[in-house]
Design a protein around this ligand. Structure first.
Ligand code: FUB
Length: 305
C-alpha cells in the first residue's frame, strides 16, 4: 500500500512509500530489477508486470525508485515505456540495466523479439529517450542462437580502466565492449564459453570485488541464480554454484548485486505477493549478500524481512 503521497498525487506521479519487508513494493508488480548506488542513494529500475491472471510476460513500461535506507522509497513518474522505442513499440518491456557515465544515465533495455536498445537521460529518474532510434543489438548479433529471443537481458559494467562492457543473452551468454559514447558496440560480439556444468539460461549480471569478476545468471528452468568467477572479464569463468534457490512461485528469477553503505545486497524477484502474485505478476525483493573469507558468495536465503 503506498504510504505518504507527495504532491501531485495522481497515479504515476512521484510519491513516497514505506517498505514492510519482502516483497518491497506491494502496490505494483515489479520484475527484473537492476540497481546502482550514487552517493547515499540506491536507484532501483524494474520491469512492470501486468496484474490479473496473465499467461505470458506482459510489460509495457519500466519503473524507477530510489531509497537511502531500503525502507523508505520514492517512486518517480514512469521514466520509459516500450512505445518510446519506435522499433519495438508493439513488444514487451523485458529486462535491462542503467549505468552512469559522463554525467548521463544510460538504460540498456530488451524486448521480447526486437533486440536490445539504449535510452539516455540527464537524471537518474529520467525521463529517458531512445538514444539511437534503432536497436543496439539484434538477434543476428547472437550468432550461436537457435531461437528468436536470444537477444535479451543486457547487463552493463564499467571496469576500473574505464572500459564499458555489455553482457546479455538467453541460452548463450554474449558480451561486447561499448565505445566511450556508450551507444555503439566497439569491436566484435563474443560468447562466454562456460564449462560443461554450467546451464546458462539468462539474466547475466557482472560485478567486481577485490580484483575478481563475478558473473551471476539464471540457470535451469524454473530458474535458480548461479555464479561463476574469473580473473579476467572475458574468462575463463569457473563455476561457483548456486547463489539463490528458485524464487517463490515464479519460474524466472533475475538478480542485481550492489553495495550500499558497505553492505552488499542481492536484489531479485519472486511471485509471492499475496493477492495476485505469480510467475507473470512478479515482485522485487532485497536480501543481504555476504562474502566468505575466500571471496566466494554465501547462498542467499530469501526472507520476508
Ligand atoms: O521479464 C521478462 C523476462 O523474464 C526477462 O527478460 C528475463 O530475465 C526473465 O525474468
Amino acid at each position: 500500500v503506498p504510504g505518504e503521497l507527495l504532491s501531485p498525487s495522481k497515479p504515476g506521479d512521484r510519491y513516497r512509500f514505506q517498505s514492510a519487508g519482502n516483497p518491497i513494493i506491494t502496490h505494483e508488480f515489479t520484475a527484473d530489477p537492476a540497481a546502482f548506488v550514487e552517493g547515499d542513494s540506491l536507484w532501483l529500475y524494474t520491469g512492470h508486470d501486468f496484474a490479473g491472471n496473465q499467461k505470458a510476460y506482459r510489460m509495457k513500461d519500466w519503473l524507477v525508485f530510489s531509497s537511502k535506507d531500503l525502507k523508505t522509497w520514492t517512486q518517480y513518474p514512469v521514466p520509459l515505456t516500450i512505445t518510446d522505442f519506435e522499433w519495438a513499440k508493439s513488444g514487451d518491456a523485458y529486462a535491462g540495466q542503467v549505468i552512469k557515465r559522463n554525467n548521463k544515465y544510460y538504460w540498456y533495455i530488451s524486448t521480447n523479439w526486437s533486440g536490445i536498445g539504449v535510452a539516455v537521460a540527464d537524471r537518474p529518474e529520467g525521463p529517458f529517450k531512445d538514444a539511437l532510434g534503432k536497436p543496439l543489438l539484434t538477434n543476428k548479433d547472437c550468432f550461436a542462437s537457435t531461437h528468436s529471443w536470444a537477444c535479451i537481458d543486457p547487463s552493463v559494467f564499467i571496469d576500473d580502466d574505464g572500459q564499458a562492457w555489455l553482457f546479455w543473452g538467453n541460452r548463450e551468454c554474449y558480451y561486447a565492449k561499448l565505445k566511450d559514447n556508450m551507444i555503439e558496440i566497439d569491436g566484435e560480439v563474443k560468447q562466454i564459453k562456460f564449462p560443461n556444468e554450467v546451464n546458462f539460461t539468462e539474466a547475466p549480471w557482472v560485478h567486481k570485488k577485490d580484483g575478481t569478476y563475478y558473473l551471476s545468471y539464471a540457470t535451469g528452468f524454473p530458474e535458480k541464480i548461479a555464479y561463476s568467477t574469473a580473473k579476467n572479464i572475458e574468462g575463463p569463468y569457473q563455476y561457483q554454484g548456486i547463489l539463490n534457490e528458485v524464487a517463490g512461485n515464479s519460474n524466472t528469477n533475475h538478480q542485481a548485486i550492489v553495495e550500499l553503505n558497505g553492505q552488499s545486497y542481492f536484489i531479485y524477484h519472486n511471485g509471492a505477493l499475496q493477492n495476485g502474485g505469480s510467475g507473470y505478476s512478479r515482485s522485487v525483493c532485497i536480501d543481504k549478500l555476504e562474502y566468505l573469507p575466500n571471496g566466494l558468495m554465501k547462498r542467499v536465503q530469501m526472507t520476508t524481512e
